[in-house]
Write a protein that binds this ligand. Structure first.
Ligand code: GCO
Length: 427
């Protein structure tokens, strides 16, 4: 393998999530939007980018950029809109779509839970109740029928720490709870739900590989000389980046976030319960101790004067290789980059961004990390949660009026590298 070659069999692909693209979904997020709780209270996801109706076209677009894998998510609210009542037509739709994707030569990467829930979930069996594990197992059993024989890469949960912090500590996303104790119960049940779901999936679909996607940040103390900034940074690495992965490798969930939440729980069946480590990497955060609750200030800084991205994040590819190598050393598992991308309205920064991150990924591979694939976030522009329709992460830009997808300058470059498996500079 030359220094600029990706390992044989390395997969390039793209990522999406149901609620952000499909459209026409009634779930806890659509309710949240109607309650005016997004940054712009008038933002609605509504028809999304109509991926539900344009699925085959979008698979074609993924193919055009050389994708060997395509990450989608299943929308629980479509599959089980009423508790205990399965919408068989939706189940069949998902299965047919994934079969067509596979026929097109693209490996399905399927997320079971990407932030959203049916509206009954938080009212009847919220995550802090043990019954949530029973519900999720039942849902996973239905998903297993969809996935049978597909040899998919399956992600049970996307970014559990983001759901926990946003939904259970800060209360800014559904279910809007601000309770440290409940948050820890919830996280434990999410870990148990992963274990239960993996059992269901592997029973039906022995060749699937099952893991989670963990949002990982390159943390840095805002003031190197300040012992409390440094202590916060260590805590952030340990709790935010690693606690969940660790729970699924050694079977114990240990969180220690002073002033916010802490716990120590055994996760039955959690030991060695992932087949791969999924990482979503975007940026670096600077942490500073402040003498009033929550005692932590979190900031993005443009350290290298590259200009923050449109959403205000630092473009810090250097942190990527460190995190990948660290994942390798800590767990020794295959790694999938399940998201990485830039919101770039003009589309002209994206090729260089890709080159920088791919270089770092190759450097991690040379240091021994067993990285199997890279999925770009996102195939096309979509609904960015609290930020609504502002950010533009897509390899294809979308005209939100006509829904027309247009190739950005990065498409050509992506295809070139994805198809050859050789990293060249853009241009
Ligand atoms: C998340 C998700 C995606 C986002 C993407 C860009 O991290 O919130 O997994 O749904 O859209 O990360 O922010």
């Amino acid at each position: 393998m030359g220094t600029n070659e990706f390992p044989r069999g390395f997969t390039f692909g793209v990522a999406t999530a149901a609620y952000q693209v499909e459209g026409h979904i009634e779930n806890d997020w659509s309710e949240w939007e109607r309650q005016g709780k997004c940054k712009d209270p008038n933002h609605r996801c509504g028809r999304g980018v109509d991926h539900w109706n344009l699925f085959d076209h979008d698979v074609q677009l993924a193919k055009e950029v050389g994708s060997g894998a395509f990450r989608i998510s299943l929308e629980w609210a479509r599959i089980e809109p009423v508790r205990g009542q399965v919408d068989e037509a939706a189940v069949d739709q998902y299965r047919q779509r994934l079969l067509r994707m596979k026929d097109a030569g693209i490996r399905p990467v399927v997320t079971l839970h990407h932030f959203t829930h049916p509206q009954w979930f938080h009212r009847e069996t919220p995550w802090h109740e043990p019954s949530s594990v029973v519900e999720f197992r039942r849902y996973a059993r239905i998903c297993a029928r969809i996935l049978k024989g597909l040899d998919a890469l399956v992600i049970t949960f996307n970014e559990p720490m983001v759901l926990l912090l946003g939904g259970y500590i800060q209360g800014v996303i559904p279910p809007g709870i601000t309770d440290g104790h409940k948050s820890m119960l919830a996280l434990g049940n999410i870990a148990r739900s992963h274990v239960a779901a993996r059992e269901e999936i592997l029973r039906e679909c022995g060749r699937c590989e099952v893991g989670i996607s963990q949002n990982m940040l390159a943390f840095r103390p805002d003031r190197w000389w300040h012992p409390l900034d440094r202590a916060l940074t260590r805590l952030a690495f340990d709790n935010y980046n690693h606690a969940f992965h660790r729970a699924l490798t050694d079977g114990e969930l240990r969180i220690q976030m002073p002033g916010l939440a802490s716990t120590r729980q055994r996760i039955e069946g959690g030991r060695d319960s992932v087949d791969f480590m999924g990482i979503n990497y975007y940026t670096r955060a600077h942490l500073r101790f402040v003498p009033k609750p929550p005692f932590l200030q979190f900031q993005y800084r443009d350290v290298h004067s590259r200009g923050l991205t449109d959403i205000g994040w630092e473009d810090y590819s250097e942190g990527f290789s460190h995190l990948l190598v660290e994942l390798h050393h800590k767990y020794g598992k295959p790694i999938w980059v399940t998201e990485n991308g830039i919101d770039d309205r003009q589309g002209d920064r994206r090729p260089q961004y890709l080159y920088n991150h791919w270089s770092q990924m190759l450097s991690a591979v040379r240091q021994g990390a067993d990285v199997r694939g890279y999925l770009y976030w996102s195939l096309m522009d979509n609904f960015e949660w609290l930020e609504g329709w502002g950010p533009r992460f897509g390899l294809y830009s979308v005209d939100f009026e006509t829904l027309e997808r247009r190739a950005t300058p990065a498409c050509h470059y992506f295809r070139r590298v994805a198809q050859s498996g050789v990293l060249v500079e853009p241009g």
